[in-house]
Design a protein around this ligand. Structure first.
Ligand code: PGA
Length: 248
């Protein structure tokens, strides 16, 4: 049985006062819901997460990682730096990085490798645009995005990934994929992983992301291949984030 995992993706939001209230609210409201939970925050706030979340059930991590270990790469944050502040997870290849920063699937695969090499769990994001879905290209697009990562890693590393299916048309739009659309994509992604490692495919957590909120989380999470959520907007309010965790 795969454990459920709910990760908040704060994107470029927050400040020290607001973060402090949000993190306290999450920690105070967590019960024994049976799901793992984490927040992926802007790099300057990793220290605040470490100070406030160490010893709680809430893990934390970054939203991007450099492929380089160190050196003359102005503005980049290395995997070792994320680890230095106690991170467990790092997002790799979020659609906003792919769209606004030109990240290719090959680069995303290198980022996942850099994360794995430092002991972080990469949360590798995939998803099709509306135009790609309407052109019937969804499976080709998400399979190619996933395959780039699978080709780059060792078979033994497959089980160390977390995957996140985030249809671009559902992110921040209020348009959630129906449970069936999401389930079909998740089952398909799991089949793609199974071609590399059938046993690992059964264990790998595949999160859904895209306008998930307390009202729709339960039905999405009830799908057999949906193992949790990657939450944007609703992760910025403790009650909404907790509501999603509770829905698990
Ligand atoms: P959203 O974002 O929940 O605001 O749609 C999800 C994401 O981009 O990870």
């Amino acid at each position: 049985m795969r454990r459920k995992l709910v990760i908040g993706n704060w994107k470029m939001n927050g400040n020290r006062a607001a973060n402090s209230a949000l993190l306290s609210g999450i920690v105070a409201g967590l019960n024994d819901f049976g799901a793992d939970c984490a927040v992926c925050v802007p790099a300057p706030y990793l220290a605040q997460c470490q100070a406030q979340l160490a010893g709680t059930p809430v893990a934390w991590g970054g939203q991007d990682v450099s492929v380089h270990a160190s050196g003359a790469y102005t503005g980049e944050v290395s995997a070792a730096m994320l680890v230095d502040f106690g991170s467990t997870y790092v997002l790799c290849g979020h659609s906003e990085r792919r769209a606004y920063h030109g990240e290719s699937s090959a680069l995303v695969a290198q980022k996942a490798l850099a994360a794995l090499a430092s002991g972080l769990t990469p949360v590798v994001c995939f998803g099709e645009t509306l135009a790609q879905r309407e052109a019937g290209q969804t499976e080709d697009v998400i399979c190619a995005q996933l395959q780039a990562v699978l080709d780059a890693i060792e078979p033994a590393q497959v089980g160390k990934l977390v995957l996140a299916y985030e249809p671009v048309w559902a992110i921040g739009t209020g348009k959630t994929a129906t449970p069936q659309i999401a389930q079909d994509a998740h089952r398909f992604l799991r089949e793609c992983v199974a071609r590399k490692d059938a046993v690992a495919a059964q264990g790998v957590q595949i999160l859904y992301g895209g306008s998930m909120k307390p009202e729709n989380a339960k039905e999405l999470m009830a799908q057999p291949d949906i193992d949790g959520g990657l939450i944007g907007g609703a992760a910025l309010k403790a009650t909404d984030f907790l509501g999603i965790i509770q829905a698990v």
